[in-house]
Design a protein around this ligand. Structure first.
Ligand code: GLC
Length: 527
């Protein structure tokens, strides 16, 4: 009998390295900080962790601008610290996924520096996308593409050529039509696989191949929101068919290693069908299901995404993934209405996600019910916001509150200031506080992960969506024994759930009372 690969049902916890735990008091999280908190992750019950980029980098995009793909930024520790972290995680049964950023490097990467030095027409320049400009003296960018972070996607170098950067000027795009680039990434993947990592999260996984000739995009319409229009997938830099060839090659590399190594793509594509193309049997193991994250607080939307996701991944034999939060989007508590209602909904949505078939991704702080922070203007650091390209992402990246009554809340030993300021009100949300409060979000998530292990691991991928009240998402998961029911009430009035069984777990203390489920809550029930 073949064993089901671990990632098919895993709960993976995203660690935004700068903001998880700081061991040396510089106000920025680091690898030894993560190691010191590994028992917390084991107690939480996650199966895997994903570490955001910790490689040498000038931090123009907080690590998504990599200057050396095979080392650790001294800001975060050493390769020795990484090896120790990996060994410790494995000792606790936790898999480790690292971030790989193949669309672009940092402008401080040795290859880009060599490209600048070597000049026009050189082999070094051919690793990136350098072009001559338009106009009589090449003073106009080669096409009209805009950077995701605002402004043109092209920057001119002193000899007059332009280079493409879909993101910050410090993030030049590689030219993946040059075989050197693919060969180098094969060596990079092997470097980390040989060290023992269990998988990769692939940054902007749908961007590496650009349409031949780099055609202009249709001009923005007056009512287009800049950031939304740029992300539309009819753009000549997203989701080009040849990107899948890269993943076929990566699939074969991963398959050479024992232990079900995997890769998950960050591909913000428009439809579940487009997403499913990335998880065909000879490509990636997983792709983030951003349609779930993008759904409004609406049972109708959740039901639609659920059905469309399953319908799209089943034919290719992939298992679904679910995600509500990450370092690029506003935290769920705030997205769903903020305050007590936002928190109640975030907890309910989490329970509704954690009983679904497939694997789930949690973002650090989601287990504490952290809200988005309105980071003071002067403290903001997100290049997307600084360059005018979209909402400020710093609010989801504030260092975690662990303990104590004032900042840095145990995030760091004495430190003058954390890299983003923590709100003083977070004294009520620390891990220490929540561990002592039986109604806390932390204890709810721990209980949910424990039950998920005990009950759901014996269930297959099957799910039956129940036809109930339109404001309710209700589904059954069956396997051995009576089915597990999950009900989420997105409406304004309590709904009868008495026929579905007794509550095993509720998103709030009084979610189910007298056989009815309160608005903005969810419950797992069993007959
Ligand atoms: C991904 C990352 C985001 C980063 C961008 C550019 O979307 O999640 O944080 O800014 O890629 O690398």
């Amino acid at each position: 009998m073949t064993q089901v690969p671990w990632w098919r049902h895993a709960v993976c916890y995203q660690i935004y390295v700068r903001s998880f735990a700081d061991s040396d008091g510089d106000g920025v999280g680091d690898l030894p900080g993560i190691s010191a908190r590994m028992p917390y992750l084991a107690e939480l019950g996650v199966d895997a962790i994903w570490l955001t980029p910790f490689y040498p980098s000038p931090q123009a995009d907080h690590g998504y601008d990599v200057a050396d793909y095979r080392n650790v930024n001294p800001l975060f520790g050493t390769l020795g610290d990484f090896d120790a972290l990996l060994e410790q995680a494995h000792g606790l049964g936790i898999k480790v996924i690292v971030d790989v950023v193949p669309n672009h490097s940092s402008s401080e990467h040795a290859w880009f520096q060599a490209a600048l030095a070597a000049g026009h027409g050189s082999a070094e320049r051919a690793c990136y996308i350098f072009r001559d400009g338009l106009g009589t003296s090449g003073e106009t960018p080669p096409n009209n593409w805009q950077s995701m972070f605002g402004g043109p996607a092209w920057t001119r170098v002193p000899d007059g050529q332009w280079y493409l950067h879909l993101f910050d000027t410090g993030q030049p795009d590689f030219d993946w039509s040059n075989p050197e680039v693919g060969d180098e990434f094969e060596r990079i993947l092997r470097f980390w696989l040989d060290r023992g990592v269990d998988g990769f999260r692939i940054d902007v996984a749908h961007a590496m191949v650009k349409a031949p000739g780099l055609p202009d995009v249709a001009a923005l319409q007056p009512d287009d929101r800049h950031d939304e229009a740029l992300h539309r997938t009819d753009r000549p830099y997203w989701d080009q068919p040849a990107v899948h060839d890269i993943y076929r090659r990566w699939h074969a590399i991963l398959a050479e290693y024992p232990g079900d190594r995997m890769a998950i793509g960050e591909a913000w594509v428009e439809t579940p069908e487009a997403m499913a193309r990335y998880v065909r049997p000879d490509e990636l193991q997983q792709c983030f299901n951003f349609h779930w994250l993008e759904a409004e607080w609406s049972a109708h939307e959740f039901r639609e995404v659920l059905a469309a996701t399953i319908a799209a991944v089943e034919p290719v034999g992939a298992s679904p993934t679910w995600v509500l939060s990450n370092h690029d989007v506003r935290r769920t508590v705030t997205r769903y209405g903020d305050g007590a209602v936002g928190l109640a909904r975030a907890r309910a949505a989490l329970l509704a996600m954690l009983a679904l078939p497939g694997s789930a991704y949690l973002y650090q702080g989601e287990e504490l019910g952290l809200p988005e922070v309105d980071v003071p203007l002067a403290a903001r650091q997100d290049p997307q916001w600084l360059r005018g390209g979209g909402p400020n992402r710093d609010g989801a990246r504030v260092p975690l509150p662990w303990s104590g009554e004032q900042p840095p809340f145990g995030f760091a030993p004495d430190c003058a200031a954390t890299w983003l300021p923590q709100p003083p009100q977070w004294s009520a949300l620390t891990v220490e506080r929540q561990e002592r409060d039986s109604s806390s979000t932390l204890l709810l998530v721990r209980a949910a992960l424990r039950l998920r292990h005990d009950l759901l691991s014996s269930l297959g991928d099957g799910i039956e969506v129940l036809d109930r009240d339109p404001d309710v998402l209700a589904y059954a998961r069956s396997g051995a024994g009576s089915p597990l029911m999950c009900v989420l009430n997105c409406g304004r009035v309590a709904v009868d759930v008495s026929d579905l069984g007794d509550p095993l777990l509720m998103s709030g203390p009084d979610a189910v009372r007298g056989g009815t489920l309160a608005p903005n809550t969810a419950a797992w029930l069993r007959a």
